[in-house]
Design a binder for this molecule. Sequence first.
Ligand code: FES
Length: 375
Amino acid sequence: MSVRRLAEDQFQPAAFAFNDENAVWADKTIQKYPAGRQQSAVIPLLMRAQEQDGWVTRAAIEKVADMLDMAYIRVLEVATFYTQFQLGPVGTRAHVQVCGTTPCMLRGSEKLMGVCRSKIHQHPFERNAEGTLSWEEVECLGACVNAPMIMIGKDTYEDLTPERLEEIIDTFNAGNGASVKPGPQIDRHFSSPEGGPTSLLTEEPKAKAKTSAKKADADAVSVPPSEAARPKSTDAETNAALKTPVTAPKAAAKNAAAEAAPAANEKPAKAAAAPIAAKPSLEDKNRPAGIAKPAAPDDLKLISGVGPKIEAILNELGIFTFAQVGAWKKAEREWVDGYLNFKGRIERDDWVKQAKALAKGGEAEYIKVFGKKPR
Ligand code: FES
């Protein structure tokens, strides 16, 4: 571990005080803990001090210690132990933390650090000429599956190329960091495989499906007739299959099990007792009205519960905007829920409330309503 010391005196401000909003928040946070245990609030308070001033100053450490009735050295120990606390001034618009641990290193983190060296400063923890940017190398940030990645503030930016990192740094330096969407920077849904799911698929490519069918015959795997006749899959079904342990012994059974996962290990009689609900008709009067694709359709994936596949299905139904989803009546929601075989997920995730917020004021309104960024 690197040596972590407080910044030189020349950088240290004479005093620290939480602003009004943070002072109220700090008091509430301290009150969460029983009498005599207030020091448990030390990490949240230090983190809030860092969020306010950009880094943890000596004055902030002393202020937090006073507030929690702790010795200065105890708070200093915490601040110098945890690497998420910055002990010196960092860029005012972005401090870029580049993961350099093995998976990210194997996927190109060295090149990302090269971008930081050329665009920010040759050395980590040094600021650029304007004082707006700084960078450092950090250990694994837990998004290895989408390596290489960086973190700025509380957000991660994943699946990066040097070119994309240059764009992100430029955007933050221009003061528009909030416009950069966190997460994967390629067409990947969270941490699912690039290009979409590759296993436990219910829809196989035709050639592969034929082979699987032959194998299934040969292996004489029996699938309850009601399940074999199940309608084509959706994301929800795929997710359900992924969550259900599949223990069918033969390879061919796995393909069948993906179709019939909920019942694969049940006795046929039991499986027959829970028939799959019929998919509602496209001609049903409760089907929400569709529209022609607008020039700039909304990104429906911002609604929690909508991934690329579901968005494509909604688009096929003529659903392209948040306003459309936000206006769905109960019967329409039930129709869509049944069509996607979502088993009530649209209500549980409250698509309508999410869509109304996004239609009203985009991400800013969503954050105001839900207290977090969409997705
Ligand atoms: S190795 Fe980079 S996030 Fe885990």
